[in-house]
Design a protein around this ligand. Sequence first.
Ligand code: SAM
Length: 248
Amino acid sequence: DPGLYLVATPIGSARDITLRALDVLNSADLLAAEDTRVMRHLMDIHGIPLRGRRILAYHDHNADRSRPALLAALAEGGSVAYASDAGTPLVADPGYRLARDAAEAGARVHAVPGPSAALAALSLSGLPSDKFLFAGFPPSTQAARASWLAEWGAVDATVILFESPRRVAQTLAALCEIDPDRIVVVARELTKKFEEVIRGTAAQLSQDSRMSVLKGEVVMVLDRPTPRAAGPDEVEAALRDRLGRMTV
Ligand code: SAM
């Protein structure tokens, strides 16, 4: 069927690919990938032949140049399969403008769901998952990261963020300043050989020596903010408010 197919691919374990994703990679008229070698490798592993099809590169640095070719293939009624390097395309990955422009041009946009580092970490975290926020990567400078954490960390939901392994310790230290009792789950190398999941409070993990030598890919999941015990001023203000309302 014609349209743009956004194909989720493994985040580590090559067999984490859906049967439908393999069908789509096998049958699409045109293939596009954030890294063409990664897609070639994935297709090789699963025995999917190219059959003379091209794999077009579509990444942050050439998106504006390569989008017209993909949109032209869609306009001709073709099917285009797009995958990022790993996981669900468009989640902290390129592709959003492609999906937007394809939809605006009247093409059908299909999701081929599958692996997602954010959702894998959320599901194994053991933290409440009824309401969550995916906040992407924190800024890399210290001051910007502190205010970013203060903003997103105040949201009353479980917060999922991506972090470079080199900066996890700094992010934990910054979080510790805001909310030392908050439960944090550090999920590393999910679905891979050295998968590791470490849980603790921000205070505990910021003292944990493992955090400064982390390697590989990391997702951090933060519990919702720790409820703060009300101080005497707040109790008095709440009482005044209640009493005030009772007299009107
Ligand atoms: N679109 C991808 C997805 O849906 O999984 C995410 C792409 S983002 C550019 C890459 C980040 O995802 C990494 O820096 C890391 O935070 C996280 N990530 C990807 N694979 C991972 C894995 N196997 N284990 C832990 N985190 C992973």
